[in-house]
Design a protein around this ligand. Sequence first.
Ligand code: NAG
Ligand code: NAG
Ligand code: NAG
Ligand code: NAG
Length: 481
Amino acid sequence: MKSFPLCVLSLSLLLLQISAQQISDVWLITWDRKSLFTSIGTGKFPVNFTDPGSAGDADIVADDGTVYQSILGFGRSLTDSSAITLSNLQSANSDRYWTLLKTLFDTTDGANAAGLDDTPGDTSFNRFSVDRTPSQVPAVLKDILSINPQIKIHILPWSPPAWMKDSVTMDGGSLEANLTTAYSAYLLNAVKSYFKEGFTVYAVSIQNEPENNDKTYPSATMTAVVQARIGKSLRTLLDQNNFNNVKIIGNEHNWSDAAGFPISLIQSAPDAFDGVAFHCYQGAVADQDEFSSKFPSKEIYMTECSGTIGSDWWGDIKWYMDNLWIGALEHGAMAALMWNLALDDKGQPMLPESDSCDGGCRGIVTVSGGDYTLDQEFYSMAQASKAILPVNAGGPFGRRIDVAVKGASNSALRVGAYATGGVKGTDRTRYALVVMNWNDNSSQGSFNPTPVKATIEFRGKQAKYTFPVGVTTLWWFAPSN
Ligand SMILES: *[C@@H]1O[C@H](CO)[C@@H](O)[C@H](O)[C@H]1NC(C)=O
Ligand SMILES: *[C@@H]1O[C@H](CO)[C@@H](O)[C@H](O)[C@H]1NC(C)=O
Ligand SMILES: *[C@@H]1O[C@H](CO)[C@@H](O)[C@H](O)[C@H]1NC(C)=O
Ligand SMILES: *[C@@H]1O[C@H](CO)[C@@H](O)[C@H](O)[C@H]1NC(C)=O
């Protein structure tokens, strides 16, 4: 007879555990910058999941029964320009330099992402060696790794060396047809040199923007067939040199050609490439589906998009959330990056003759004198990053789960949902939502930011939350599914 109440007790404990699901961590940026990636929490009054009542004006339904890709993180490019800018900050004000690196890369106290970092070189990789890379690049990269050893390094050349091209210049032209094998060896050397300097290369790409022939900065055109040939011989070389784990990524160009170049590339070299990368400058993020529908097992990376000096802060945040930090992931990307990590307030330094960055490019941070400003690129990325960072040291990054927004005001919210497990499979999982409320009536021409009263549905329970116009990241813990 004794076992009966005991059984009831454990059952009610279990129920208690489930009903005690509550939201207590909330991070926010608002359209008016009154809240700038601030932890507002919910203090002593967590938002509880309870038995469902009536749905809010927008009803967010998170479904951890459908789990999609793992997210590697968010990042930016440590271009030569960024490395020089950061190094200048270090000379002018070393404290601010280290504070900035911690803000960008520390996953515990700091805001942000262990993400992909790629290290292209405007003039780097010459003469089968990375010695020509500005010395600031490895120096800054070492400092970043000292803060976050988990970052992933993705290297990407903008051009083969001038002597290997029909144009005999880095600026425009194409690789000589008889040098594809030599170019594979050249890329192997780049990978080897990085490892020799203590940098674990996560991935290497063959050529930045292979359909872009610009005579004012390093660029080279390359057909999918040629890129496929290089990819195949590079895969063989990497494997022979024990770099089996180094991924090869192809394409690295606009969304608009998703049905063209990347598909021909993988058709020609299905085993050489782990996946393809996209840039945001033409086409739409949904174009990524053209590729993934053909090759669902290949990886997708969103690797370049740049802010422009003088553009609207909140307008930019809306676009970035919609297309990059929520959108690119929704369309299959494992990581999303923007371009320069740091530039000065004029978008410098740039190669003097370059016609890129019309109006001036803006980095994730703007460095001016001995100080820096975190830009909208940073704040929007940080909100997304918070949702997928490991729960504890050594734990996995988050995976995207299914989410839908219902209700009369469903179009007022743009939402991504992520589940991040603990170190051990038995640890509780963190369920995070990145919610943009863009209900500001700006498309109707009269700006009127209006909060949205929403409900969140999860495993048959419901929580209520009112989202201000801005981006909110919030999470709760629940037993692993
Ligand atoms: C949620 O539940 C906690 C107890 O776990 C309680 O203290 C808190 O007041 C509740 N929050 C709301 C908004 O009712
Ligand atoms: C490659 O072809 C170019 C002409 O297109 C020629 O000048 C060059 O010598 C050739 N290089 C090798 C290594 O065969
Ligand atoms: C792709 O983007 C670049 C900018 O990097 C632009 O100059 C080019 O015209 C675009 N090309 C195509 C084919 O869409
Ligand atoms: C949105 O803008 C339109 C056009 O200016 C206006 O008629 C409408 O009342 C606005 N709606 C809200 C909710 O502010």
